[in-house]
Design a protein. Structure first.
Length: 100
């Protein structure tokens, strides 16, 4: 459950700060990719719970919170025709080699 941009599991605060961790990781990835390709890109963070019921909700601090059943649909709904995505695709080998 999400209430006031806070994630709860079975009515209790989670032990881990999933939202903060996801934001930190998405900013790190954005900055790394920006260094590699030379343009600032937008990361669409998705927090996926594999064994939990996640009711439909608006993004929390820009993070889509879903269960595994909706992962593919969520990814497909992200705009994949942007110029930045084409640049990323063209430089995918460079990105992979740096992030290994």
């Amino acid at each position: 459950m999400i209430e006031n941009n806070t994630l709860y599991l079975n009515g209790h605060l989670t032990e881990k700060y999933f939202i903060a961790q996801t934001l930190k990781n998405s900013y790190w990835l954005r900055d790394k990719i920006t260094e590699i390709v030379g343009i600032k890109i937008w990361i669409y963070p998705i927090l996926v719970f594999t064994n939990a019921f996640v009711p439909f909700t608006n993004p929390v601090k820009g993070i889509k919170v879903i269960n595994q059943k909706y992962l593919l649909t969520t990814i497909k709904n992200i705009n994949s025709q942007s110029l930045a995505n084409n640049i990323l695709w063209d430089k995918r080998d460079s990105i992979v080699s740096v992030l290994k």
